[in-house]
Write a protein that binds this ligand. Structure first.
Ligand code: HEM
Length: 270
């Protein structure tokens, strides 16, 4: 008799246990919902992601479904998880809204860009290289002094002469660059060796020793800014790229831009 009671109670205990697990999962999911992103200036005409949908996508994406472990629960209608995911799928069906860009964003938003990712983002690197080509931070590099009599480009240069390298002109030389005045990051994807004509860090023994560090930090900063915010101009006019005076090519008119936090920012702030 005791045996019969024991064996008949086993499924009951198992179902109760599973139900408890289900309730815990439910509570856990609700507790872990990240807060909505803080409201930042909104750019009116940009099509923005809906934060509540994103919040639910991330919450359900990481949740365990009890019915996956015990399919019998589906017969009893204890499949709230599945219902929620199906309802979410209906809320998300806006084909005109889900452009390739948005879909790529949804896949990559999962985690914040980190230093090891930078080398795997060649187009980001190309954007940085093209920016340094057109706007080298030190357009005349740093003044050098010839340590001996020498000939540079056919010119006799006596010892102790100050030598300036016009990197700005080298970077826009039509003999060296195709469409030198155009901003074309893709030119760096050709596999060509640019080390002799792209010289924002100088070259040779006195080249910038911080080039590797600078490229990583700029890549990480730019990557994070693109990943975390939607950007736009403040008005209709294009950004004024006129160069101001100074050794480090400041912009004549400081850059002003509008940004709107993407949902991933809530992850950073929470
Ligand atoms: C985007 C960022 C940077 C740019 C565009 C840049 C550019 C340059 C340039 C053009 C030179 C002169 C090279 C020459 O005359 O041939 C230089 C020199 C130098 N840079 Fe940078 N640099 C950057 C970041 C850094 C960082 C992050 C560090 C240090 C951590 C650094 C340290 C130095 C030093 C010590 C020199 C003098 C090297 C020497 O005279 O032997 N730079 N840099």
């Amino acid at each position: 008799m005791e045996d019969i009671l024991f064996y008949t109670s086993l499924p009951l205990i198992f179902i109760l246990f599973t139900f408890k697990f289900f309730l815990q999962t439910k509570r856990h999911n609700h507790q872990n919902l990240p807060p909505s992103p803080p409201s930042l200036p909104i750019i009116g005409h940009l099509h923005l992601l809906k934060p509540p949908i994103m919040r639910d996508v991330f919450a359900y994406g990481g949740a365990a479904n009890p019915a996956d472990f015990l399919p019998i629960l589906n017969w009893f209608g204890v499949n709230g998880y599945e219902k929620k995911v199906k309802a979410l799928a209906k809320r998300e069906s806006q084909p005109e809204y889900y452009t390739d860009q948005i879909i790529k964003g949804l896949i990559m938003v999962k985690t914040l860009v980190d230093e090891p990712d930078i080398s795997k983002l060649p187009y980001l690197q190309s954007i940085i290289s093209e920016t340094l080509r057109l706007c080298p931070a030190a357009p005349m590099l740093v003044p050098h002094l010839s340590s001996d009599d020498c000939i540079i480009g056919g010119f006799d240069v006596p010892r102790d002469t100050m030598v300036l390298v016009n990197a700005w002109a080298v970077h826009r030389d039509p003999e060296l660059w195709d469409e030198p005045e155009s901003f074309k990051p893709e030119r760096f994807n050709s596999g060509e060796d640019f080390s002799h004509k792209l010289i924002p860090f100088g070259m040779g023994r006195r080249a910038c020793p911080g080039a590797g560090l600078a490229q990583r930090v700029v890549g990480l900063t730019l990557g994070s800014l693109i990943q975390c915010f939607d950007w736009n101009r403040v008005g209709e006019e294009m950004v004024d790229m006129t160069e101001g005076k100074g050794t480090t090519t400041p912009k004549a008119i400081p850059l002003e831009a509008m940004c709107k936090a993407r949902p991933i920012v809530s992850k950073v702030l929470s």
